[in-house]
Design a protein around this ligand. Structure first.
Ligand code: NAP
Ligand code: 3JN
Length: 342
């Protein structure tokens, strides 16, 4: 008996952007079952053609009426557009997967990393919206989930080394221009970032809050607590922009509730979903940003015991911030939706 695979109408809001483009790449690489693909962006892009599976599709304007007949709407057009258009998309019957921070901390909206809390997807029914976490949170929790389940985690201390692509296309051009200007002995111009990014590290991602942390740092704290459903877990973050084009790296130090050895962590992570263990330091083998671009897995290595406390582990975690950090995670949520919920 032959079975016909069900196909879905999917809209991508922000299709002309860095994350939107990566969503098209992931839908294509995963052979997502599509009946229709509707590409939406601003008025500026209307009529522009994007190629998908070898065919050109014209971009339409993102409006409240653009979602008729859509099953799943993937949003990456910025938080203001999500606030304005996602409820209308859900009202038209689409399930929205939103990449912005607009709805992440809304208690009625699930915040999902499929390898970590897939059960939360079922909560989409309340508002028709599922939120995608921040890229830095996603890769950290993919690496920590197996340890969390095995021995519990009391506290996380994380420092990030984030690529400029997290800020978008203008930031990539700014880093390229500053490198060229430096090589040619010209003055370096900073427009996107508050200081020179070439040959520098900026301990600021997003704006500062009254508690001295940046918004990016507090996203990592609050999103971790929501996804682990653990308001008591201690999390402290320092987020840093570095002159790397693609791939966020993170130094993650954890205090577990009971003892786990570095060897046991390696064994756990070797078989963990979404993780690729890259940990032969004596052979010069460890995760590096230059190796993660285009990969779906989160690379984890430099796993060792923190000898300064009883139950401490250090890890180095690297992932493609545009793929697992945004587009891939959203498409994985859509895959779970069609496999288990709709
Ligand atoms: P981008 O390259 O600047 O792309 C922005 C997209 O939004 C473009 O498609 C743009 O369309 C569209 N857009 C802008 N203003 C619009 C408007 N008024 N109406 C309709 N569409 C509009 O930015 P990006 O790097 O892809 O990031 C987009 C968003 O994704 C971010 O703002 C953020 O919320 C989210 N994001 C999340 C993560 C994460 O950690 N999960 C990481 C990166 C980004 P035009 O081309 O027509 O202007
Ligand atoms: O800076 C990075 O590396 C990640 C950036 C994420 C981002 C950029 C602009 C707006 C976000 C996000 O996903 O948290 C947002 C947002 O608040 O929606």
């Amino acid at each position: 008996m032959s079975t016909t695979r069900k196909e879905y109408a999917v809209a991508v809001a922000g299709a002309t952007g860095a994350v939107g483009g990566a969503m098209l790449e992931v839908l294509e690489r995963k052979n997502f079952p599509l009946r229709e693909l509707r590409l939406l962006a601003s008025e500026r892009s209307v009529g522009k053609k994007l190629t998908f599976r070898g065919e050109e599709i014209a971009v339409q304007q993102l409006t409240k009426d653009a979602f008729q007949g859509i099953d799943i709407a993937l949003f990456s057009a910025g938080g203001d557009r999500s606030l304005e258009f996602a409820p209308a998309a859900a009202g038209a019957g689409a399930i929205v997967v939103d990449n912005s921070s607009a709805f992440r901390m809304d208690p009625e909206i699930p915040l999902v990393v499929p390898e970590v809390n897939p059960h939360a997807i079922a909560g989409y029914k309340k508002r028709g919206i599922i939120a995608n976490p921040n890229c830095s949170t996603i890769q950290m929790l993919v690496a920590l989930k197996p340890i969390y389940d095995k021995v519990g985690i009391r506290r996380i201390v994380v420092s990030t080394y984030q690529a400029v692509s997290g800020t978008g296309a203008k930031a990539i051009v700014e880093l390229q221009n500053q490198i060229m200007a430096y090589a040619e002995g010209r003055p370096l111009e900073a427009k996107v970032y508050p200081h020179q990014i070439a040959f520098n590290c900026l301990p600021q991602i997003d704006s500062f809050l009254d508690n001295g942390y940046t918004k990016e740092e507090m996203k990592m704290v609050n999103e971790t607590r929501k996804i682990f459903e653990d308001p008591a877990i201690g999390v402290t973050a320092t987020t840093v922009r570095v002159p790397v084009f693609y791939g966020h790296s993170e130094s993650v130090n954890i205090e577990t509730k009971t003892k786990i050895t570095a060897e046991e962590v390696k064994q756990l992570l070797a078989g963990a979903p979404g993780v690729s263990l890259v940990d032969e330091p004596k052979n010069g083998v460890y995760p590096m940003a230059i190796d993660c671009a285009g990969k779906f897995e989160t690379l984890v290595g430099r796993i060792r015991e923190d000898e300064s406390i009883a139950n401490g582990i250090n890890l180095w975690v690297v992932s493609d911030n545009i793929l697992k950090g945004a587009a891939l995670n959203a498409v994985q949520i859509a895959e779970k939706l069609i496999a288990e919920h709709i």
